[in-house]
Each structure stands twice: as structure tokens, then as C-alpha cells.
Design a binder for this molecule. Sequence first.
Ligand code: SF4
Length: 380
Amino acid sequence: MKYIDEFNDPGLARRLLDEIRATATRPWALMEVCGGQTHSIIRHGIDQLLPEQVELIHGPGCPVCVTPLDVIDQALEIASRPGVIFCSFGDMLRVPGTDRDLFRVKGEGGDVRVVYSPLDALELARRHPDREVVFFAIGFETTAPANAMAVHQARRLGLNNFSLLVSHVRVPPAIEAIMTAPACRVQGFLAAGHVCSVMGMAEYPELAARFRVPMVVTGFEPLDILEGIRLAVRQLERGEHRVENAYPRAVREEGNPAAVRMIEEVFEVTDRNWRGIGPIPLSGWRLTDAFRAYDAEHRFDVTGIRTEEPAECRSGEVLQGLIKPTECEAFGTTCTPRTPLGATMVSSEGACAAYYLYRRMNAATPQAERAAREEMNPVA
Ligand code: SF4
């Protein structure tokens, strides 16, 4: 498949690994920001193929994982109300709230539906004018343009029975929070290529200079990731700290200006709580006053819901790269994809799920992998 097969070439992967081995003379710790990159790294065993000097630390870039428990409980409350059609991407249905998840709400009679786009939810609002249709708008800069577009369309079409439960987060403030944490060991970043394909690279030079870290915009296939690592290690060995683009087939310097304009028309920057991490200033988006009428949090009056994280789940440390999932005592015992204690064990981009799926199975046969996948997606 064009743009995928050629980035899985084993011969080229070996050459890149040889170059990384030849370049790295000292220990370096790199963080891959995005959960999609984490899954690719664990799935292909990239971290195990690297020379021992190069450590990969998994970052907080899984949108499902960082959606705070308060917001999950708000979703559960709204989805339980009569007359509501609650729409979400499939990953969110198994994320545990305080005492249940969206699957449980669906089982108890709530009208919870999996959709593939916010525009699907908008279409439901058009077909069911007597119902309130709510879309669970979570995610990073990648999902924000489509969610902004959905609200924009709702207003244009006069669909007043449509709203968003918004929990959008932004990558640059998370990088700042990671770098200013006392226990931070990160010396360089593989920046998330799909985020930069939307937002461009303008926000990163200041961060790279202030924290003296290389930031390499990186894709998701094995060769993309190895090339990102190679460039980051080369900068570190040379004492450089620049922004480099290792994903030029998808990322332009300026990103996607039309998508950014759509985001800025509908959303404004706000402080956000990150699940397992806590509040990060200016790290998210909310609807602007002009679109506040489409804000489900206010429409359903669920702003007062406040909850505590379960003490036994260490996903906050996982998301900050302070521990690996296997260092959590609950991993694979009391916490599995069927009995998740935290969102990082549920999401298709969660680090705990990646380790469970690709590392827990010693005999990584296709049958074993299929069994683990079925455990993660019992309704698939
Ligand atoms: S293994 Fe489970 S309990 Fe441990 S950090 Fe991951 S999600 Fe939380």
C-alpha cells in the first residue's frame, strides 16, 4: 500500500538502526509524544532493537487516556438522560468512569451510539429533531477541526438539538508541563506528525530553544519512527536543539491553515485538567461565546461533577513517562482490557494496552495477538 509498505522495509530499518548505533555514544532519553507512535514502537519492537544508550519514554499523547474522570462522569450523566442520543468514537465506551462506563449506560437503556465522525452525529440530529444529540468531542489538535466544523454546520443548518461535550487538549502546553516536572528525564522529543499536519511547526522552536531539546516531527510507520530517532540522536550528539521535520510527506511548515482557521473560529484556549496528570494552564480548547449554545456541559448542567482518580491506577505516571506500564502492580492482574482500572488500558493508543497487546503474550503468534485484540474489543 502506497505510503505504508515502503515505510515498513526491513532492509532500510536495519540500515537506520545501524546509523543510530553508530551515532549514539552516550545515554539519551527521547519521548514519543503520541500514543499512536507508542503502539507502533511496541508493536514492531523498535524499543528493543535500539542500542541500549537510546531509551524511549512514552508520552501523554493518547486523547482517550488524558480525558479526565470528571468529563467521563459528565458523559455518563448526559448519556443516561431520557431523549438523548449520545455519540462517541468507539474507544470511549469502555473507559471507566467512577462507577460504570458508556457500555453499561447503553446496557441500562441509554441511547449510546458509536460514530466515525462528528458529522455522523450531526446527521442523527437532522433525522431526529425531537431528540437531543450530543457528540463527545475529545482529542488533540487532530480531531478539533472536524468537531469545529460540525458545530459550524449545526449553526448554519439551524440544528439546535445538537451539542458537543468538549474535552480538547493541546500538545505544546503538555510538553512544557513535562519539561518543568521535577522528575523529568526527557532530552528530546519525537513530535506527533499528525498534530503538526494540522497546526504546523510554529509553536515548537520556542519550546526547543527554552528547554534545549531537539524536537523532530515524526510519523507513525517503523521507518518514520527510526528516522525521527536517528535525527534526534544526531542533534543530541552534536549539542543541537532544533525543530526538524522527519515527516515531510504529511507535514508542511504552516500546517493546514484552513483547519486552523476553523478551530480558531469555534474554539478558544482554556485551562484543562489532564487525567492522571492534573491541571495544565492553557492546555485545551472550549467553545467560544458565539458557539456556547452548543456546549453540552452547560446545556445539561453537568459542570458541577467532580470526581477523584482511583488510587490503584498509576496511569498518571505512565502518561508522564515516569514508569513503564509493566511497573504498575495492577498490570495484567487486576487491570486487563476486560477489567480496566484506567483509560491507558482501554484506548487503542494507550501505553498499557500496547504493552498488554504486544508484550504480555510471550508467544506472539497471530492467534495470540488476535485473542488479545478480541479481549480489548469484545463487541468488534
Ligand atoms: S496497568 Fe491499569 S492500573 Fe496500571 S497504570 Fe495502566 S491502566 Fe492504570
